[in-house]
Design a protein around this ligand. Sequence first.
Ligand SMILES: *[C@@H]1O[C@H](CO)[C@@H](O)[C@H](O)[C@H]1NC(C)=O
Ligand SMILES: *[C@@H]1O[C@H](CO)[C@@H](O)[C@H](O)[C@H]1NC(C)=O
Ligand SMILES: *[C@@H]1O[C@H](CO)[C@@H](O)[C@H](O)[C@H]1NC(C)=O
Length: 434
Amino acid sequence: MGSAGHLCSSLLVVFLLGLHHSSSFWIINVVFPPNAKTRVPSNSTPPLIIVPGSMGNRLEAKIDKPTLVHWLCYKKSEHWFPLWIDLNMLMPVGVDCWIDNIRLVYNRTTRRSSNSPGVQVRVPGFGQTYAIEFLDYNKLAGYFHTMVQHLVSVGYTRDETVRGAPYDWRLAPNENAEYFTKLQDLVEEMYEQYQHPVYLLGHSMGCHYVLYFLNHQPQAWKDKHIRGFISLGAPWGGAVKALNVMASGQNYGIAMVSNIKIREEQRMMTTNPWMLPFEEAWPKDHVFISTPTFNYTTQDYQRFFRDISFDDGWYMWEDTKNLTSDLHPPGVEVWCMYGVGLPTVVTYIYDEGFPNTDPVDFVYADGDNTLNSYRMSLCKHWVGQQEKPVHVTEYRGLPHFDIVFHETVLNQIQNILEGKSDTPTEVDVRDKTA
Ligand SMILES: *[C@@H]1O[C@H](CO)[C@@H](O)[C@H](O)[C@H]1NC(C)=O
Ligand SMILES: *[C@@H]1O[C@H](CO)[C@@H](O)[C@H](O)[C@H]1NC(C)=O
Ligand SMILES: *[C@@H]1O[C@H](CO)[C@@H](O)[C@H](O)[C@H]1NC(C)=O
């Protein structure tokens, strides 16, 4: 840890620049995120809590391990060190050490996950913004930085009126009970402090975390404490990509790490089975994964997990499938915003090498390049299902990750926070000059 720091930072830049041009999963990290312009301060800065997407906040670890996967791995650490993003994952042996540190062990009897033996994991920065603004200590991998900076330029104060609610994104809500208690406390604290109900803003999988939270609060509590829910790019019908990630892995464009290697880690996260396409949201005969011997639909998940030799995944899916898949209305005013108009994979086609090779072909439909637009639009069903208004805005040409820093979206969020009522139903963000 740290000795090869300089080389690693250079590698990280290469990795992140590469990522920007390759396909993304839940998030892509941006090197040197765009700067927010200076704005006219607003005198309306209602409290705001940001809930990031999967892999969207830092994690730290402390280890004292009984055994090592490789003699070069560290056995014991005196201090907490970065686990995500850990620069060691970019080194040939480092990636094995990293996987052995970040992996979870799933127990089919208790249906609970635990950390790898001898590893403690903690989520730094709850209630602050640094752990979601940048994912690494060198401040290269920006995530919510541009948005927070924009808010600060209109009068918000970091860690006071705008705060982050990071979580252990390896786990689904059923194993994160403590997080929801902390989130409730944070909402109540900010409500008391600023004498104003709080806005919750989620991105991608973070929106399911927010929905789960709201679904478990009494209506009276929500009426008092929550001003609204701003949802950016939510996989309301699950994500086709989760199947590809578990089958053959996704290295997020890290050239030094093979997809098959990183798959070891990705299969340990219960959030991947949770995000499998929801049965309710897709036609029963829609094929997500096509191989020479079988076509997999939502009806074939048990066989899918068996065929990719990941039987635990089936149990994880059973544990998590009904956490949010019924899309029970949140019961607060909603602004549902997402990108459309970009080709997005809805079927992965593999050759005989399945699941140990990358897909050879794809079928595309409309989306934000990561999620399908019809499934993101399922928030429209809340109109009329709850008393509180539901506003839907589609951004034509806006990629999944860019929604957290695109200027048009940031201005719209500012309008919402300032209480301006008009919400466009469609905004074209394509560069007309290109
Ligand atoms: C799973 O948990 C049960 C009950 O705590 C325990 O008896 C069993 O040894 C665990 N299984 C594994 C593989 O650790
Ligand atoms: C899978 O679906 C495709 C397209 O519908 C079809 O051509 C193919 O024969 C199917 N494969 C199997 C193994 O059923
Ligand atoms: C799924 O939901 C039903 C009720 O809708 C509940 O009884 C059941 O325990 C849930 N299953 C899991 C695994 O949480």
